[in-house]
Design a protein around this ligand. Structure first.
Ligand SMILES: *Cc1c(COP(=O)(O)O)cnc(C)c1O
Length: 377
C-alpha cells in the first residue's frame, strides 16, 4: 500500500459542508475582495494567535515583505535570517532592498538561537527574522531579550507554525509582528494562495493594510499618501479559512499523535527525529528525520511506496541569488541539508501507516553497509 507525503483530501472531506456554505455565502454576497468574510477571518485569526490585530494578505511571502516594509526596513538595512529555511524568508528581505544576513542554526532543533544570531549583529542590523521551521517555535525568550538589548525588532516567519506555542503563547504573537502563509499544504491551508500578518501594534497593522491595498487612506480610498501594492486577501479564501479554522486544533492534535507514534516506532533505529525544544509545542507541519544515509533511505522508502520530501536540500546562503554575498561556512545548516528527510505527516496518517514507514526504515537500517552503498549507486 502506498503512502502519500500529504493527504489534503481527507482534511477537506471533514469540512466539506462548511466549505460549501462559505462558497455560497461569498457568491451570494458578490463581495470578492475584502468585505465581511475577510474582516471575520481577520478577527478570528487575531483571536486565535492572541494578538490584537490581523491583516489578511495575498500569501506568506507578501506577509513577510509587507511587515518588513511597514517597519521601515529597506536599502542599507541588514536582517538576520536562518540559513536553514524556505527561500521566501530571505527573498522577502531582499525584495525590500535590505540585505539578508544568514546565521547558522542550533544542531538539535535546526532553528535560530540567541547564540547563533549574536555573531552576525552589526550596526546596520535592523531586525531578526525568526523562522519556526517544521512547526517548532524557536526560543523566543532568549531571542527577544537579545533583540531588545541591542535595539532591533523581531519578525516571526510562522508560515509552518499555525497553532504552535512557546511557553503557552501562540507562534506569530511572540514578537513585534508574525507572518503566516495559508498555502494549501500548510497546517491551515486555503484553496489557493493566502497569508496574514498579526501584531499588537495598531499603527503597524494599519500601515501593512495600507501597503497591501494600493497605499489607500483608511477614510478616503482615492487618496494615496504612500505608494502601496496589491497584496490583498480574497474573500473566498478568507471564508474557506474561517471554515477550516474550527478544525485546526484537532488536526494539530492528530499531527502530535503521529509525531509521538514516529518517536516510539523509530526508537533504537539510527534515524532520529529533529528534536523539539523544552517549552515548545510544535504544530508538526513536517516530520523531519536525520540520517547520513539520506539518499539510500529516500530510495528505499520510495521503492516501498512511501513518499518523502527534503526541506530543504540547499541552505539559503548556497542558493544562486545569495551565493556571492557570503564566504564563511555555516556548518550546521550545511551538514543538515545533506541529512534531513521529511517523512509523511498529516492528521489522517494512521498508526498502521506509521508502523509501515518505521518498518521500511528498520529494514533499510538492517542492510549491511556494502548493500546500502550498492543500493545508492
Ligand atoms: C510557505 C512558506 C513561506 C511562503 O509562503 P507563501 O504563501 O508560499 O508565499 C515562507 N516561509 C516559510 C518558512 C514557508 O514555509
Amino acid at each position: 500500500m502506498t503512502i502519500p507525503f500529504l493527504d489534503l483530501g481527507a482534511m477537506h472531506a471533514e469540512v466539506a459542508p462548511q466549505i460549501e456554505a462559505a462558497w455560497r455565502e461569498v457568491s451570494g454576497s458578490a463581495r470578492f475582495v475584502g468585505g465581511p468574510s475577510v474582516e471575520d477571518f481577520e478577527a478570528r485569526w487575531a483571536a486565535y494567535c492572541g494578538t490584537r490585530h490581523c491583516v489578511g494578505v495575498a500569501n506568506g511571502t507578501a506577509a513577510l515583505e509587507l511587515a518588513l516594509t511597514a517597519l521601515g526596513i529597506g536599502r542599507g538595512h541588514e536582517v538576520i535570517v536562518p540559513a536553514n529555511t524556505f527561500i521566501a524568508s530571505a527573498a522577502a528581505v531582499a525584495a525590500t532592498g535590505a540585505t539578508p544576513v544568514f546565521a547558522d542554526v542550533d544542531p538539535p532543533t535546526l532553528l535560530l538561537t540567541a547564540q547563533s544570531i549574536a555573531p552576525h549583529l552589526t550596526p546596520r542590523t535592523s531586525a531578526i527574522m525568526v523562522v519556526h521551521l517544521y512547526g517548532q517555535p524557536a526560543d523566543m525568550d532568549a531571542i527577544n531579550a537579545l533583540a531588545s538589548r541591542v535595539g532591533v525588532c523581531v519578525i516571526e516567519d510562522a508560515a509552518q507554525a499555525h497553532g504552535a506555542t512557546w511557553r503557552g503563547q501562540r507562534a506569530g504573537g511572540l514578537s513585534t509582528v508574525g507572518c503566516f502563509s495559508f498555502y494549501p499544504g500548510k497546517n491551515l491551508g486555503a484553496f489557493g494562495d493566502a497569508g496574514a500578518v498579526v501584531t499588537n501594534d495598531a499603527v503597524l497593522a494599519e500601515r501593512i493594510r495600507q501597503l497591501a491595498n494600493h497605499g489607500r487612506c483608511q477614510d478616503d480610498p482615492y487618496r494615496h499618501d504612500i505608494l502601496g501594492d496589491n497584496q490583498r486577501l480574497d474573500s473566498l479564501q478568507a471564508a474557506i479559512l474561517s471554515a477550516k479554522l474550527s478544525r485546526l486544533d484537532a488536526w494539530n492534535a492528530a499531527r502530535r499523535r503521529v509525531a509521538r507514534l514516529y518517536a516510539g516506532a523509530l526508537e533504537g533505529l539510527p534515524v532520529r527525529l529533529v528534536s523539539v525544544a523544552e517549552g515548545a509545542v510544535s504544530s508538526h507541519h513536517l516530520a523531519v528525520v536525520r540520517t547520513p544515509e539520506r539518499t539510500g533511505l529516500k530510495q528505499a522508502l520510495a521503492s516501498a511506496g512511501i513518499a518523502t520530501g527534503i526541506h530543504y536540500p540547499i541552505p539559503c546562503h548556497k542558493q544562486a541569488p545569495f551565493l556571492a554575498r557570503r564566504r564563511e561556512a555555516l556548518p550546521v545548516s550545511e551538514q543538515a541539508a545533506g541529512e534531513i528527510l521529511s517523512l509523511p505527516m498529516y492528521p489522517h496518517l494512521t498508526e498502521g501507516q506509521v508502523f509501515q514507514i518505521a518498518e521500511a526504515i528498520a529494514s533499510f537500517a538492517a542492510m549491511p553497509v556494502a548493500a546500502m552503498a550498492g543500493a545508492r549507486s
